[in-house]
Ligand binder design. Sequence first.
Ligand SMILES: C=C(O[C@H]1C=CC=C(C(=O)O)[C@@H]1O)C(=O)O
Length: 404
Amino acid sequence: MYATHAFDSANSRSTLNFQSQYDCLFVSSKYCLASQGIADKFSIKIDDTAELVDSLRQKLAAYSDDTLAFGVLPFCKSEQAQFIIPKQVTRWDKGAFTACLNAELSVYKDPQNHLQSLRYLQSKQQFEHAVSHAKTLFNTEQLEKIVLSKQVDLCFKEAINKEQLLHDLLQQSQSGYHFSFPVSDESVLMGVSPELLLYKNDHQVLSNPLAGSIARHSCPNEELIRQQILLASNKDRFEHSVVIEDMEQVLTPFCNTLHTPLTPSLLSTATMWHLSTELTGTLHDANTHVLSIANQLHPTPALCGKPTTQAYPQIAALEGQSRGYFSGIIGWCDKYGNGEWVVVIRCAQIQKNTARLFAGAGIVAASVPHLEWQETEAKLNTMLNALGIQQSYYSLQKSYHYDN
Ligand SMILES: C=C(O[C@H]1C=CC=C(C(=O)O)[C@@H]1O)C(=O)O
């Protein structure tokens, strides 16, 4: 059921047919898990962590010891998570998987798929107004931080080739966590998250929250300046510290030891620099399920705000539509409660010839509305680049298609 794939470069086309051979995909720093066939598919409530974990354990109990479950939890705790227990999971070495995908796609590279329309669900003005409004709440609502996001709908002439998209995401950045999960019969959630919520193996836990961002630049000198600006920015350092404090509070009761570096470091994606902190710990109990911790961490103030209970209703009111799986969590777990979960960002929900893109930014008292808009624009570039959309064309189109 859980096979390690020895990559045979001479026979790459017959060893993996990407059109049909995976349903769920999770690519970590060194490995890639690709599932084939569906043994069971089910939804579970996420508002009660103990119930969520019990239901999962019961489902997995019926299968062999090496069975995995893939899942995606929505942002909103009143919605349900989706899980898939695959018939088979192939574990690839990451390099081998990428080489195989390259070999597949070099044979049939799709012609350029033309963008037909682009629609912002919130205009720039609406987003900036929401940021300004959020800033007034910091004085009155005991709120320290809130994450506001936007959604953009793209429509292409032809159906989006998901294998090509995955390939382009991998080409763009080998780092990060690439994922693909069929959230309905017709639509797939795909992306490359830079943010590890929780890896758990036996006693060991690792988390790598990110918060505080600046867009990358093509000029090396400007890149250095931007890195320094980000490291020295009190606004971004505050945005980051709020997340780390909250995560430490959740992780501490589970851990014998927990190490948190005193200052954040920098982490880059293909398009952004982020402030990053790696928390490492050892658990009291190796049987603790990865989701017992991950669902308590979720949603962290990197995706929601602080305090969470105050931020949730404000997000619903200010954003005006459901985030669905965006800023939820995605990953896998095994029968022993081991697994790896990342936050659902830098992603799109793909359905036939349409893609819905998402991007958010942490808002604090020192936020400047138009800069937060620019940050979310820069974050959209991960998916826009992978979808082959040229910036000049995109800029021209978007000025005509705000959904006012
Ligand atoms: C909400 C997003 O990013 C989060 C993760 C990293 C940095 C963030 C920030 O600096 O605001 C966000 O908290 C997104 O990419 O849509």
